[in-house]
Ligand binder design. Sequence first.
Ligand code: SF4
Length: 375
Amino acid sequence: MTSFAERKKPISPEWDPWDAWYTRSKEGRYRLTSVEFTVTNLCNLRCEHCAVGEALVEKEGVSLPVEQLIRQLEKVEDLQTLSITGGEPIVNRHVVDNTIRPLLQYAKQRGIYTQLNSNLTLPLSRYEDWIEDIDVLHISYNYRDEADFQRMAFANANHQPSATLTNRLFQRLKDNAIVLSKAGVFISAETFLSPFTAPHLPHMHKEIAEMGCKRHEVHPLYPSDFAKGMKLLSVDEYKAAIENLLNDRDPAIWILFGTLPIYPCSHHQSDQDLWLRLFHEPNITVRQDPDGRNRLNINAFTGDVIVTDFADVPPLGNIKTDSLTTIFDLWLDHPLAKKYHCYCPKAHCTGPNLLVANTYYQDVDFQARKAHISV
Ligand code: SF4
């Protein structure tokens, strides 16, 4: 008999199980198909752009029993993907052994796709004996060189580590990515676009390709937490950075544009043209925000459930008292969800992310707009 795991279709530009598009377009509504756990607020880095930022800690207690987390997952009938994030999920061995491994085993046995977010700077041995249970290893890559890494990865540290140490961490990140990619791990490397990273995007893309990563994710810088106050690109600068990458890319690498701040209801011809270009170029996808469209985030310590791991929306419930599907249905009725859950099927668009809309489109009523193009 074929196991659930064997029935999983490989992830590809044609099949991205985190994409809320499939349920919305097939069933006419969003469903909870994706759950993310924040399993730790410890991290060995203090990046300037960290969206967890002030929530990072030096010490933390014990999380809720994993059986309690799994009991909640059992009730989510449509569950398709499970994401694990932090902090740095791998930094605490107790978390790896008592939360991450059991969650991955559960997901494997149920045929659920998994993603783990890591900065990949820990020794390779810390990843080796469970990594085969991960479908996507998500890393951040926003650096041209060691100096960039040192400046960015410890911008919010109380004590600046030596260049020798930060150089070693940066090299380890790259070496780990190469070894794990060669071993068949699907690494998706994300670059955020800011006035600093945008001019160097093609260079970073090349390095990501050289490390063997299968996918390059490009997202806006989210002006949240540590990143509040960092300079952002204008929409025109964002478009220019994307065009620049498209003209100088490795066609073998899948590029995923996440939470793109450009929409087919724009009156600007250049926005419409770019949307069409992204849709029709091979090995390119646009994924609008899963948060709140098919995903909820659970804090594994408190049980609080939030709609995203960095938007300033207070917890919507808690797994000690509420079921995830009830919380999700409540969220779909929330005024913020109603405001941004617009949908233009002919243009393959499911509307903006909360942070992006707040940043770039404060005065726009998306419910009153419609796409001007069809893909
Ligand atoms: S779904 Fe929303 S953002 Fe997308 S084109 Fe339609 S109105 Fe604009």
